[in-house]
Design a protein around this ligand. Structure first.
Ligand code: PRP
Length: 284
């Protein structure tokens, strides 16, 4: 009998809720009872396993789980040999090397001989080597941002999302080491590749839907070419005839972040009845 397909998701922290919500929207419905490590999905032969986010890359590479939801920063740091199947469009952050706002340090090379505190020693060592600096690394599992104030280090390498932690600790970014986000990873010798592809397609449907809206509007036929330039769509817009032969109706996918600006441009072009509909899922 083939073992049940396992997906590892973060057991706690910010990513835990984001991952659970995404999986549920993609039709992977499970109920987690308190402190349990496993939950079986309804209607699809998949077990969800709750793990520490930082352990997910290595456990996936070792085959303990077939797929996993984790940060691409942790995949890079672990060096685990896994396939990154999908960017999940959440948890975007930067890994940055930071120094006190008042520090004289101008370039990474100035950190030669300094102490650098981080939870990302491998990424940090690689980066410092590239910049010709030899520093003493202080490896910690968290609260890295206070290490300069504690006198443990002259610089830190940490994740920056909004920048508020840096501001609160009077630190500034010296350089960005990388940009990361939450990803769906897969074991390279995945035992059930068809099921893995099904999971990818399901999650992709939700991720794309979150990034787009459906826009519908009427436009004078004479302005159709211009309207299509404003809203070229994911593939191409759907154009339908109206009773009035001088007008047509358009349905098109538009990046959600640009909807307002596009509505204004369409209105200026002479379009009417411009409607935005939020979509929750799609297959393109
Ligand atoms: C992360 C990171 C920073 C903070 C950055 O910590 O280590 O401390 O978020 O976010 P900001 O730029 O929006 O302030 P997290 O809350 O994940 O906990 P951690 O300290 O355990 O890493």
């Amino acid at each position: 009998m083939t073992a049940t397909f396992r997906i590892g998701v973060p057991s706690k922290g910010r990513l835990s809720e984001l991952a659970a919500e995404l999986l549920r929207e993609a039709g992977l419905n499970f109920r987690r009872s308190e402190r349990s490590l496993f939950a079986r999905c309804r209607d699809i032969p998949i077990d969800v396993t709750f793990l520490r986010t930082e352990d997910i890359p290595v456990l996936c590479a070792e085959g303990a789980i077939d797929m996993g939801v984790t940060g691409s920063d942790l995949v890079a740091e672990s060096g685990a040999d896994v396939a990154e199947r999908l960017d999940l469009g959440v948890g975007q952050c930067r890994l940055a090397i930071c120094v006190p706002e008042a520090s004289d340090v101008k370039t990474p090379a100035d950190l030669d001989g300094c102490r650098v505190a981080t939870s990302f020693p491998n990424n940090t060592a690689r980066y410092l080597k590239q910049h010709g600096a030899t520093a003493h690394l202080v490896t910690l599992s968290g609260s890295v941002e206070v290490m300069i104030a504690l006198g443990v280090a002259e610089a830190i390498v940490d994740l920056v999302e909004t920048g508020s932690t840096l501001a609160a600790n009077q630190l500034r970014i010296l350089d960005e080491i990388g940009r990361y986000q939450t990803v769906l990873i897969q074991n390279r010798q995945c035992r059930q590749p068809e099921l893995a592809d099904r999971v990818v397609r399901r999650l992709e449907g939700v991720v794309i839907a979150r990034g787009y809206s459906l826009l519908e509007y009427n436009v004078p036929r004479a302005k159709l070419a211009e309207a299509e330039r404003i809203t070229p769509g994911f593939n191409s817009p759907t154009v339908s005839s109206l009773e009035d032969p001088d007008w047509c109706a358009i349905r098109v996918m538009v990046r959600r972040s640009t909807v307002i600006e596009i509505m204004e441009r369409l209105e200026a072009l002479g379009a009417s009845a411009v409607l935005e509909t939020r979509i929750t899922n799609c297959r393109l």
